[in-house]
Design a protein around this ligand. Structure first.
Ligand code: FES
Ligand code: FES
Length: 77
């Protein structure tokens, strides 16, 4: 089971061409990014490469089906 980091997305400014590692387990203290806390679990972070420099909304509840983006699933929690 994933841990719900928060029931809302995190708005982050990403840079074109840069890679980010989205926390899929919900345990990271550096949300929405991985800080290595998944190690005792079977979860792995998901690499996300920004195509352009913009603000994106990354899932904080970890229940999205459009990882790493928020798809509104947090509203059901
Ligand atoms: Fe959650 Fe790494 S800390 S995937
Ligand atoms: Fe997870 Fe919106 S924060 S779906």
């Amino acid at each position: 089971m994933t841990t719900i980091a928060q029931k809302a997305p995190y708005g982050v400014d990403v840079e074109a061409g840069k890679s980010y590692w989205w926390c899929s387990c919900g345990l990271s203290k550096n949300q929405p990014f991985c800080d290595g806390s998944h190690k005792p679990t079977h979860f792995m972070p998901l690499e996300y490469k920004a195509e352009k420099s913009e603000k994106v909304w990354l899932c904080g509840c970890k229940q999205t089906s459009r990882k790493p983006a928020c798809d509104g699933s947090h509203k059901q929690l």
